[in-house]
Write a protein that binds this ligand. Structure first.
Ligand SMILES: [Zn+2]
Length: 114
């Protein structure tokens, strides 16, 4: 399961940041997850609840901001945002020549520590 290893690395990064900053407890972690990152947010939350047990993040809540897919069409030059998980062609002109600019994010935005 792909989400389990992501949950684990999120936990590791968060734990390291928290310790480095001299805090002992993680209260919440905010993640930015792009719709094109192929991460199932429900599965990620579920996996995080399992890996956080007995860690300094045991009481932590994970908040996920989903980022829609955005791109730039090379054919008509339009910037577009899609609500779908996949973009197969430009929503404006139907061209398959486009560049995805957002939606692949998978990062920690911020966290609350005590
Ligand atoms: Zn287009």
């Amino acid at each position: 399961m792909h989400e389990a290893s992501i949950a684990l690395s999120v936990l590791e990064i968060a734990t390291e940041n928290c310790r480095k900053a001299g805090y002992a407890r993680i209260e919440s972690i905010r993640l930015r997850v792009g719709r094109a990152s192929a991460v199932m947010t429900d599965a990620l939350l579920f996996a995080f609840d399992a890996v956080k047990i007995d860690t300094i993040a045991a009481g932590a809540t994970v908040i996920i901001d989903e980022i829609p897919i955005g791109g730039l069409c090379k054919e008509c030059g339009k910037d577009f945002i899609s609500e779908e998980a996949y973009v197969l062609c430009c929503p404006e002109c139907g061209s398959t020549s486009f560049k995805i600019n957002t939606g692949r994010e998978l990062e920690i935005v911020d966290m609350e520590v005590f």
